[in-house]
Design a binder for this molecule. Structure first.
Ligand SMILES: Cc1cc2nc3c(=O)[nH]c(=O)nc-3n(C[C@H](O)[C@H](O)[C@H](O)COP(=O)(O)O)c2cc1C
Length: 243
């Protein structure tokens, strides 16, 4: 295993990671689920998948006391929504505006943060959404974690199955064809990247909260291509090592 010593990890203390997302048609939900699955690979990580629902928005204001209490006790909060009109979705923005109380109390200061977004176009202005999420985290005094994987699909042999095939580092980007449902969400490469990002965030949370040793996993471009090729063969979370 490229990151940390497995035996030492058996006694890993608990950390809480919340994956908070909004999804209209279900594709972003699939991304959130894979991110959570990656985080769950880390010993001691308690991972919560939290949906921000349109029905909890009244007159433009989102409110759910239970969700806010869960986020208050989370060590890391990973946020995601679809890119709609080049922006975070309206429902997720309503959630962001409801985080005003933690803003004024600095209640989320020094929690770890990350972000992800789904859209139909290859670009689709997804970067604007990740920037919105990162600025939101910064306003709350959170510590932002980027993707940390080499770009996939940058060369002639590249495919949609490659890790980080859209080449995004600020946060996770995924793309779903607009005529397909959640069962075809993203690409295999996007889902593997989501798992790797979730694992990376949970490991860094362990290091941040409990000083659990963390060995940075580094890859040359050549190694990254080999990883993508091997994942094409083996696939999925079982093939994860070293987020
Ligand atoms: C109102 C609306 C606006 C959209 N705007 C964008 C956009 O700016 N860029 C893009 O690439 N896709 C855009 N899309 C496509 C969605 O991002 C895409 O269908 C995504 O998979 C939806 O996520 P969900 O299944 O989690 O709801 C838009 C879709 C809708 C309905």
């Amino acid at each position: 295993m490229a990151v940390n010593d497995v035996d030492r990890e058996q006694d890993a203390p608990a950390v809480t990671v919340a994956v908070v997302y909004h999804s209209v048609h279900g594709t972003t939900r699939v991304l959130a689920e894979h991110l959570a699955a990656g985080a769950r690979l880390v010993p001691g990580a308690r991972v919560h998948l939290v949906e921000i629902r349109a029905e909890d928005v009244t007159a433009g204001r989102w409110y759910d006391a239970e969700v806010m209490a869960l986020l208050e006790r989370s060590d890391a909060i990973v946020m995601g929504c679809p890119t709609l009109m080049g922006s975070v979705s309206a429902v997720f923005k309503a959630f962001m505006e409801a985080v005003f109380t933690p803003f004024v109390t600095q209640g989320w200061k020094d929690k770890l943060a990350g972000g992800f977004t789904m859209s139909a176009s290859q670009s689709g202005d997804k970067l604007a959404v990740l920037q919105q999420l990162a600025v939101f985290g910064a306003q709350l005094g959170m510590q932002w974690i980027g993707v940390g994987d080499m770009p996939g699909n940058n060369w002639s042999g590249g495919t949609r199955d490659d890790v980080n095939r859209l080449g995004s580092w600020l946060g996770l980007m995924s793309q779903s064809h607009a005529d397909l449902g959640p069962e075809q969400a993203g690409s295999r490469g996007d889902l593997i990247t989501a798992e790797r990002y979730g694992e990376r965030i949970a490991r860094l949370t362990q290091r941040w909260v409990n000083a659990v040793p963390y060995e940075t996993s580094r890859m040359t471009e050549h190694e990254a291509r080999a990883l993508s090729a091997s994942l094409r063969e083996a696939g999925g979370a079982a093939a994860l090592t070293g987020a």
